[in-house]
Design a protein around this ligand. Structure first.
Ligand code: TRP
Ligand code: SF4
Length: 329
């Protein structure tokens, strides 16, 4: 059986439709056929130095969201990275198998360094090494990630190969599972949906908030008046219908849009109805979990226990190979 590991940063109020459709929905599906480890990566989040309270709240919120969309703690290990000290230990070790030249090529590092010139810390630089540790600590064979993480996975494989070259084979070379879902654009219709651009719909947002956001969402810019014919193929609202509306309804909307038979307001209302049919049960589950925080922390503790068993076994092997830690006669 394959072993899957993926990580997600703890962000405020869980994730948005883009994260869900692009990645997390697949995480749920993998549980059917693989042994899954899902990690909330709070150590990675420290690179931006969030206030302690904010970080803890975000970890909790992310756990709630993951459970609400169907991550099943009976089947998967859902855990918080910092609760397993082996991540940081292995990260240091793998640092010694990572060339500066390789880290320097990472486009995400370059982007982040540029976005925040005042805080270009070493954690940001070695971020992909910690990510590699996350993966190989569980000897994961497959890692589902978005396009933006493929370079990090390529580096992870390189680090694994270098470790093997010096100390013998120990880890699977992790393979990328590419998400099939197309990129989900934000409400501006131009850039990828993201929290930082504030162009998102949260998976656990309430129907009123979602309606308000849809109202101001960009449509076909050439459709200035109700009687102007529209072009569904350039309209992001139409592409969102693709995820939530049936094919017959979509065909009808496309036709109506081209002939000005349907207005954008109604088109958005129909999207809203179909979208909230999907998101309302998720939001309700999230509300129930938020009302019972100890249950969520218990789930994470159980995940920690499971993850820890694997992590400790791997670290024992790593230490043995390297000639560190206990033993030696
Ligand atoms: N770097 C990933 C991101 O920003 C999150 C992550 C951390 C991750 N560790 C991982 C993803 C391990 C996959 C495997 O999206
Ligand atoms: Fe977009 Fe719908 Fe308006 Fe057409 S009718 S432009 S698909 S929002």
């Amino acid at each position: 059986m394959d072993r899957i590991l993926s990580g997600i940063q703890p962000t405020t109020d869980g994730f948005h439709l883009g994260n869900w459709l692009g990645a997390i929905r697949n995480w749920v599906g993998f549980q059917e056929k693989a042994e899954c480890y899902y990690c909330i990566v709070d150590l990675h989040a420290l690179t931006v130095r969030p206030p302690a309270k904010v970080l803890r709240r975000n970890v909790f919120g992310m756990a709630v969201s993951l459970l609400a969309v169907g991550i099943d703690p009976e089947r998967s290990a859902l855990f918080v990275q910092s609760r397993i000290p082996e991540h940081a230990e292995l990260c240091w070790i793998l640092d010694c198998f990572t060339q500066l030249g390789d880290l320097n090529r990472m486009t995400q590092f370059k982007d982040k360094a540029q976005q925040n010139e005042k805080n270009v810390n070493a954690g940001l630089f070695t971020y992909p090494v910690l990510q590699t540790a996350d993966i190989v600590l569980y000897k994961a064979t497959h890692v589902p990630v978005g396009e933006d993480q493929e370079q990090h996975l390529e580096l992870a494989r390189e680090i694994v190969r270098r470790f093997h070259h010096h100390y013998g084979d120990l880890f699977p070379e992790p393979k990328v599972i590419r998400s099939e879902a197309p990129r989900v654009l934000g409400l501006d219709g131009k850039t990828k949906m993201s929290k930082s651009r504030d162009n998102f719909i949260g998976v656990t947002e309430d129907p009123d908030t979602i309606l308000r956001k849809l109202r101001s969402a960009v449509t076909d810019p050439r459709r200035l008046r109700r009687k102007d014919p529209g072009r569904p193929e350039v309209c992001n609202i139409y592409s969102l219908h693709g995820f939530f509306s049936g094919s017959e309804e979509r065909a009808e909307i496309a036709e109506g849009c081209r002939t000005a038979g349907i207005g954008c307001v109604d088109c958005k209302k129909r999207l809203h109805a179909n979208l909230t049919t999907v998101t309302e049960p998720i939001r309700e589950r999230a509300e129930a979990l938020k009302a019972c925080p100890s249950r969520v922390w218990d789930v994470l503790e159980e995940g920690r226990r499971r993850a820890s068993t694997t992590a400790r076994a791997t670290m024992a092997e790593v230490r043995e190979r390297l000639g560190i830690g206990e033993g030696g006669s």
